[in-house]
Each structure stands twice: as structure tokens, then as C-alpha cells.
Write a protein that binds this ligand. Structure first.
Ligand SMILES: [Zn+2]
Ligand SMILES: [Zn+2]
Length: 661
């Protein structure tokens, strides 16, 4: 008797036994079509056994073994098993989420082995390397076996060029490279640059913006070992690649490497585990590494490589100035110093970027007479005023409403936008500088990849004088004419309840500052703040990542926060907060902790954003100074929670290494 133990995409932590009576010999990692309930499903063979714990009469036969692609390789299966165990996610869900949709459909689709049409990108010659790049490359090339590197390079220092040289070595030796980036939409230039450098190599992209057929084709090319380079976003970390020899993960601090729904995992951490299992090098790159990664570099678990100079021979780091807004009169939130700096750039035909990380016209609409404000009725959040299309919009759940002409509570017709977003700033700057070309760049103005690429081209061609933008503009772009960056409205993050907020603010400010003066023109950054003496701003002004990281890490050590503690949260969502909290109280009272001395479970609390899309959310934090102790606790905890009877419509999940609370 041949029993196939199958992983299926169902939210249960178990495999399913099926009988195999066909002629072909099954192999682990093959897809199979099986009956499940009254339907058919595709699963993956995880084990092959000769007997089952179930009586033979109850075991249904598998319908077919699919051999249209090669079996998923053992290292891929092992990686999924690791993720399933570590993140408390059902193995079937982990494996199946990694597969393209067409390979998960029980109805066979026509698959053609079609070679993807390579874009004819212009061929880019390799630039001359700086001394710093040469040294870093020398060290990287000596790497043998599993070698995790942190490449810490200031903005504009040429980290990408280092990646490209390393990739070249691997490709020429016949290996595959996995290049992971935070959001592909934000970096269309990177894809073109890689293609231009390796015109003879086969590069495939894997990200959520791809059409289904293209994603499947690219994925199959990676699995077949035909793709030399896989350029992808977080999910691509689970791409099977039989000849994988190098993983590069750029902007490793970026939170978009963390999947925050469905199966919650960190692509960065999974990538490191993958490199370790394959005994290959991995390069994590950033100008502002996450504190977790920095701590790993400090304690020599990762090898630290630094690029301290900008690659362009004449480019210097921008000069930074903090403008104390307590002492000056502001016009629409802008100081005279910043307005003058813009004026100077206009005269010199250089570009300015005003960074305000808040899209919309104003964050809220308010009635001064009765105190009404535009709340989202589904969330604990305000509706943001969008004047361009006269809508009130919730940035959390997507709820939309017309802008009322009078206060819905008291009828007062004199209701006001309160605060400012990018649309308001854009309108005011256009009025203030009538001959300047003002361009707003945020998720409202650049909705599609196409629109975004057109905007980037316009900026690079110098067809805009003043840019008003959110963090979309902060990442990785080279605008040669941009010499001034003004930062507004960043103080709020200094005192946020989230203890990771300073780390994120620092990274954001360094990133956006890095846009200024990347070519021969010197750059200047003006940050408006009421707290010019705050240590975070001082560190930003001095480009002092290391000092900032050291002070943050010592604070975290004192407070017992990650990376000096390991955390997992159990979250519950229900239509009433009382239900969520009552469920978590029951979990809190489980008698499990006696066996896990190193693990603490705190009291249930509402989440910071307690109400989202009509659900009341609360959470329970489990913490330990030992990762192993927490990992030993979590599966037992999950099983005990699964046994608790929950009210209908209450949903819960566990997230390991959470970033948000
Ligand atoms: Zn009113
Ligand atoms: Zn909402």
C-alpha cells in the first residue's frame, strides 16, 4: 500500500493521507490532484509511507500525480517546513502560497514552455569602482559557505554596483541569483539596470503586479534552473531555484519585507535561513540597517562591510540644517529659510523636494462650532480630506464618503480642513511660486506602475521644479538635478507610542536626505522641527547612523525590547471588544506557562488601532529572552488555543517577531 501524505492549503496544522494506486512512482515535492470534501484540490506530496493511522476504508485515493513541472526540490520543501514551524503556519498554506495560481488549480491549464521575451534594455557598461567598492568586493569574493554580510553603505555609495559585480561572478559560473527588493514598483530603474548589465542572462521578475501567466512562466523558469536571476519582492524568497548560489536583499531595513497578513513572515529572516541551509553567501544591504541586523553585525554573527563615500567622484554627502520652527513665523507650515532655499533653486534651475509623509489635502475635516470631526465609521481613524476628487477617505479600510457641505451634526456650513497633506502643500506652493512647475508624487498621483514610471522620467528629465512627495520618493532614486530636500511634519514620530518609530523616522530621514546632491551639484537638507536638540535629529544632521544605532540599542537593552527579547503576539478580532478581550483572558489563564519558565505572557490589551474595518482588535504578547524557549512554547500554546471554544465570528492568529502592535 502506498500512502501519500499531502499538504493542502487549508488552515489546519496537519497533513492528509491519500492512497496511491497509479502506475507512476510518486516523488516528494510533486503536485497531486486529490478529492477533498465534495471538490478537488491540488496538494503537494510531503511524505510517502506504506501505512496510515487511518483505517484503509477511510482513505480516499489520490486522482493524479502531476508531472508538468519537476518536483519541488528538497531544499524548497525544507525551507517551507522551517517557515511552518517557526511562524506557526500550516505547512500546506506555506507551500501553496509560494506556488503561482495556475499550478494550484485542479483544472489542468495549458502550459507552454515559452521563453519570456527579454526587454531590450540598453547595454550598460560597468562603471569604474571606487576604492571602497573594490575592498568590499574583495572581502565578499572570499566568502565560502554560509556567509551573512551586512553591506552598510551611505546613500549614493554604489551598493547596487557591488551587487552587480557579485552577481556577475555567480552567473558566469552557472549559478542562480536571488535578488530581493522591497517594492518593485518603486524601483523600475533597478530592473532595467540589471537587464542592461547582463544582456545575455535570463532575468525573471516575481512580484504581485505581474499578470498571472507571466508570474507562472517566470516561476517555472526559476524552478527549471533556466532563469539566472530572479528579481522579486518578499514572496519571491520562496522561489524554488535548483542552482541558487547567492542571495542579495537590498534595503534590508524596509518593513515591506514583512508580510503582515495571511502567513506572517519576514522575508529577510527567511532569506538568511535559506542561505544558511544552502551554505551560500547572503548580502543584506542598507544605508540604515534595521537594529536587529545591526546588532547581528556588532556581535559578529554577520560580517559588516562599509561604504562610507559616495560613488560619484564629485558627490558629497548633503549638508544638513535643522530649522527651529518655534522661533519663526510659518507660512502654510513652511519657514522663510525653506522658501528662500526653494527660490534659490528655481533661479539656478535645480530641483527641490518637499517631503511630507501625509497624502491627501488635510488629515481631517472639522467643525469649529460643535467639535465634529470626520471619523471613519468603521475604524478608530479619521477620514482624510481629498480635495482633488472631493472625497473623504479612510487610509486604513478604504471607506469613502462625499465631502459634506455642512456639519452633519450641527448644520454649520463653515467646516474646515485641519492640518495639511501633500495636496494642500502642492496647491499652496503653486500659488506661492506661480511660474514653477510643481509636481506632487504620492500614491494618489502615481497609482499604476506606468504612471509612476512616467513621473520618474519627467523628474529625471528636469520637467519639474518643485516636487512634493511622500516616502514613495524617498527610496533609491537618482535625480541628478535635485539639490534641496525640505522635511515637514516629522516631529510627530518622535513621541509616538510605537517604540520602533524612532528607528523608522531615522531611516526615512536618511533616505529622503540621500536624494539631495547625488551628482556634481552639492545637496542641502532643511529639516523643520520644534525639537532641534533632539538626539535623533542631531544624529541625522551628522549622518551618524552608528551613534544613533548604539543609543537605540542601549535603550532597547534596558527596556528588554527586541533584539534583546523575542516576541510573538496572539491577536483576536471580533465585532465587540469585550469578546476579543474575553477570549484573550481565557488564553492568558491557560496553565501552560508553568512548564516554560523563560516565557512571559502579558495581559490582553486593545491594539493601538483598536477598531479596523468594523472589527475590534486586541492582543496578547508572549515574550522571552531566549528564541529557543519561545519557539518551544509556541506550538504548545497554539494547540491549547485551538482547543478553546471561541464565539462565532471571532478570528485569531499568532504572529512571530511582530513589527506592529
Ligand atoms: Zn458642527
Ligand atoms: Zn476605515
Amino acid at each position: 500500500m502506498t500512502i501519500l501524505r499531502i499538504a493542502l492549503a487549508v488552515p489546519l496544522h496537519r497533513l492528509f493521507d491519500y492512497l496511491w494506486q497509479g502506475a507512476t512512482e510518486p516523488v516528494i515535492g510533486q503536485r497531486v490532484r486529490v478529492p477533498f470534501g465534495s471538490r478537488e484540490r491540488i496538494g503537494v506530496v510531503v511524505e510517502i509511507a506504506s501505512e496510515s493511522a487511518y483505517p484503509e476504508a477511510q482513505i480516499r485515493p489520490a486522482l493524479a500525480i502531476l508531472d508538468d513541472i519537476v518536483p519541488l526540490p528538497p531544499d524548497f520543501m525544507a525551507l517551507c517546513e522551517f517557515a511552518s514551524t517557526y511562524y506557526q503556519a500550516p505547512l500546506g498554506e506555506v507551500i501553496m502560497q509560494a506556488l503561482p495560481a495556475g499550478l494550484k488549480r485542479p483544472v489542468a491549464t495549458q502550459r507552454r514552455a515559452k521563453r519570456s521575451v527579454g526587454l531590450n534594455a540598453p547595454v550598460h557598461p560597468a562603471p569604474h569602482l571606487t576604492n571602497g567598492q573594490v575592498q568590499v568586493l574583495e572581502e565578499l569574493r572570499c566568502a565560502k559557505g554560509f556567509s551573512p554580510f551586512l553591506l552598510h553603505g551611505v546613500t549614493g555609495s554604489g551598493k547596487t554596483e557591488v551587487y552587480l559585480r557579485l552577481m556577475q561572478d555567480v552567473i558566469e559560473a552557472g549559478g542562480q541569483v536571488l535578488l530581493l527588493v522591497p517594492e518593485i514598483n518603486l524601483t523600475p530603474q533597478l530592473e532595467e539596470r540589471v537587464r542592461g548589465r547582463f544582456p545575455g542572462a535570463r532575468l525573471v521578475a516575481l512580484h504581485s503586479d505581474l499578470a498571472e501567466a507571466a508570474r507562472e512562466r517566470n516561476w517555472c523558469a526559476a524552478l527549471a534552473g533556466e532563469a539566472d536571476i530572479v528579481l522579486g519582492t518578499r514572496l519571491a524568497v520562496f522561489t524554488p531555484m535548483p542552482c541558487l548560489q547567492l542571495i542579495v536583499l537590498d534595503e534590508e531595513h524596509d518593513t515591506s519585507f514583512k508580510q503582515q497578513e495571511g502567513m506572517r513572515y519576514s522575508a529577510r529572516d527567511v532569506a538568511v535561513v535559506r542561505a544558511s541551509a544552502l551554505a551560500i553567501p547572503i548580502v543584506l544591504g542598507s544605508a540604515t540597517p534595521s537594529l536587529e541586523t545591526w546588532a547581528n553585525a556588532q556581535n559578529a554573527r554577520y560580517r559588516l562591510l562599509s561604504l562610507r563615500e559616495r560613488a560619484h567622484s564629485e558627490a558629497r554627502m548633503p549638508s544638513m540644517r535643522l530649522i527651529d520652527t518655534r522661533k519663526v513665523v510659518l507660512q502654510e507650515g513652511m519657514s522663510e529659510a525653506l522658501l528662500q532655499a526653494i527660490e534659490e533653486r528655481l533661479l539656478k534651475r535645480e530641483q527641490s523636494l518637499i517631503f511630507l509623509n501625509r497624502r491627501g489635502y488635510a488629515p481631517v475635516l472639522a467643525c469649529p462650532s460643535c467639535g465634529w470631526i470626520s471619523n471613519c465609521r468603521r475604524c478608530a481613524a479619521n477620514l482624510v480630506l481629498h480635495l482633488a476628487d472631493r472625497r473623504l477617505r479612510c487610509h486604513h479600510c478604504g471607506f469613502e464618503a462625499r465631502v459634506p457641505s455642512a456639519c452633519p451634526t450641527c448644520g454649520n456650513q463653515d467646516i474646515h480642513p485641519f492640518g495639511r497633506g501633500t495636496q494642500r502643500l502642492e496647491a499652496w506652493l503653486q500659488e506661492r511660486f506661480p511660474t514653477a512647475r510643481v509636481l506632487r508624487v504620492d500614491r494618489d498621483s502615481a497609482r499604476s506602475r506606468k504612471q509612476w514610471e512616467i513621473m520618474l522620467q519627467r523628474i529625471r528629465a528636469g520637467e519639474a521644479d518643485i516636487l512634493v512627495g511622500t516616502q514613495m520618493l524617498a527610496k533609491g532614486h537618482d535625480f541628478p538635478k535635485l539639490t534641496l530636500v525640505g522635511v515637514l511634519g516629522s516631529d510627530a514620530a518622535l513621541f509616538a507610542a510605537d517604540w520602533r518609530a524612532p528607528e523608522r523616522l531615522f531611516a526615512q530621514l536618511m533616505q529622503v536626505s540621500g536624494r539631495a546632491g547625488r551628482a556634481e551639484h552639492p545637496g542641502e537638507v532643511l529639516i523643520q522641527t520644534q525639537y532641534p536638540d533632539h538626539p535623533l535629529y542631531r544624529a541625522v544632521a551628522e549622518h551618524d547612523y552608528e551613534g544613533f544605532a548604539a543609543s537605540q540599542l542601549s535603550e532597547r537593552k534596558q527596556a528588554g525590547f527586541p533584539p534583546y527579547a523575542y516576541q510573538a503576539v496572539l491577536r483576536a478580532e471580533a465585532s465587540a471588544m469585550a469578546d476579543s478581550l474575553a477570549f484573550l483572558e481565557k488564553v492568558r489563564a491557560l496553565p501552560l506557562l508553568a512548564d516554560h519558565a523563560l516565557v512571559s505572557v502579558y495581559d490582553p490589551v486593545p491594539m493601538r488601532m483598536a477598531r479596523l474595518a468594523n472589527l475590534e482588535r486586541a492582543q496578547l504578547l508572549a515574550e522571552s529572552p531566549s528564541r529557543a524557549a519561545l519557539q518551544a512554547f509556541l506550538p504548545r500554546w497554539r494547540q491549547a488555543i485551538e482547543a478553546i471554544k471561541t464565539p462565532a465570528r471571532l478570528r485569531w492568529h499568532i504572529e512571530v517577531d511582530p513589527l506592529e502592535f
